[in-house]
Design a protein around this ligand. Structure first.
Ligand code: GAR
Length: 192
């Protein structure tokens, strides 16, 4: 029998996708173990979730600017990941751009969940941009991470309707519900 999938998760915020992964592991629909929960936000719910489950954690100071991480922080992320020996790395609401050396060392083993039907609405404001577009459908995507932002191979996608009454918050909440099914599904059939 195969060993459980070793998953490292990187997150910055509320950690609802991380919670969905943990729920799937606890429910045994996903045979996996979390070998690292890494965050850039020491006060995040993401970190609290990991601590409550007594999981290995790392907090990395990535610097003040969300889009400009220091080289030292990228090296620290890499070193923590190397030590954790993950089979797969999941960016679950990690709001920093992951760069080398991690992208090269773990090529084709890093996936990201993004709140749009890529290639539509790349970037940090995907939900806001979908709402502003006037379209009636958006969704979420699980894709491989490559140096170009939100441009790696798509592994799975699911649609979510945009309702006339939606705000960015209500739409994002519905997209997240869909992510919570899609992401554990992708992991349960890893590798792709
Ligand atoms: C999710 O909707 C995820 O798709 C998005 O951040 C949210 C994290 O929520 N990621 C991005 O926008 C990445 N560009 P969570 O912390 O509750 O899982």
């Amino acid at each position: 029998m195969n060993l459980p999938l070793r998953i490292a998760v990187l997150g910055s915020g509320t950690g609802s996708n991380f919670a969905a992964i943990l729920d799937a592991i606890h429910a045994r629909t996903l045979r996996a173990e979390i070998v690292l929960a890494l965050t850039d936000e020491p006060t995040s719910t993401f970190l609290t979730l990991a601590q409550n489950d007594h999981l290995p954690t790392a907090v990395i100071d990535c610097g003040p600017h969300p889009l400009r991480t220091t080289d030292a922080s990228q090296q620290a992320i890499h070193d923590h990941l190397l030590a954790a020996r993950p089979d797969v790395i999941v960016l679950a609401g990690f709001m920093r751009i992951l760069k080398d050396p991690t992208l090269t060392t773990f090529a084709d083993r890093i996936l990201n969940v993004h709140p749009s039907l890529l290639p539509q609405f790349k970037g940090r404001h995907a939900v806001r941009d979908a709402l502003a577009s006037g379209q009636t459908t958006t969704g979420c995507t699980v894709h491989l991470v490559i140096p170009e932002i939100d441009a790696g191979r798509v592994l799975a996608q699911a649609s979510v309707p945009i309702l006339p009454t939606d705000t960015e918050a209500t739409l994002h909440a519905r997209i997240k519900q869909t992510e919570h099914t899609l992401l554990p599904q992708v992991l349960s059939t890893w590798p792709h």
